[in-house]
Write a protein that binds this ligand. Structure first.
Ligand code: GRF
Length: 191
């Protein structure tokens, strides 16, 4: 079982996944990291963990369709069985989704279906909800839709600022995502 992490930016979730994998809490092979931006910090983290890493942009590929094709080609060429989105700020194309049925996971920093989109933490904070959280789900063709696998609640206290809430959410993400990835890959191994 070879799995890939797709990300666009900082990569703190990748880091948590890489550590859990190095500690054998996640089975299989963390085979590659892909970023759709050459300056994404996740690529540096991948290098530090000695994980093969790749990047190209939509522009370099000559448009969205060619980009999706090149990404699918990379995943197939590298014999990837399972795909983990970790702060990947693009909607995956249909072809990639269909190539990995129920084998693509995403993490979102809210209790879906509330507050989908790019600003899940801020939107929940601004709305004034008293609880928010983290969702791990299978990816389908929608934006932050797809069958939910796990959720964890994070309370918002009156003292919280956006920054303290972000820190709480990320802390939960870094525990929850590696655990759920481990469970999913374990299941795949036995199926
Ligand atoms: C996380 O909050 C994740 O839930 C969302 O994007 C953010 C990525 O953060 N999908 P990082 O790049 O892993 O630090």
């Amino acid at each position: 079982m070879r799995f890939a992490v797709l990300a666009s930016g900082n990569g703190s979730n990748f880091e948590a996944i890489a550590i859990a994998w190095e500690q054998k809490q996640i089975p299989g092979e963390l085979a590659l990291v892909f970023a759709n931006h050459p300056e994404a910090y996740v690529l540096e983290r991948a290098a530090q963990h000695q994980i093969p890493h790749f990047s190209f942009t939509v522009k370099e590929s000559g448009g969205k369709e060619a980009y999706e094709k090149a990404l699918l080609h990379l995943l197939q060429e590298q014999k990837i069985d399972f795909v983990i989105l970790a702060g990947y700020l693009r909607i995956l194309g249909k072809e990639i989704i269909e190539a990995f049925p129920e084998r693509i996971l995403n993490i979102h920093p809210s209790l879906l279906p509330s507050f989908p989109g790019l600003h899940g933490i801020q939107d929940a904070f601004n709305y004034g909800v008293k609880v928010t959280g983290v969702t791990v789900h299978f990816v389908d063709c929608g934006l932050d839709t797809g069958p939910i696998i796990a959720q964890e609640v994070v309370a918002i206290s009156p003292e919280d600022t956006l920054e303290t809430l972000e820190a709480k959410i990320h802390q939960v993400e870094h525990q929850l995502y590696p655990r759920i990835i481990g469970e999913c890959l374990e299941k795949e191994n036995h199926s």
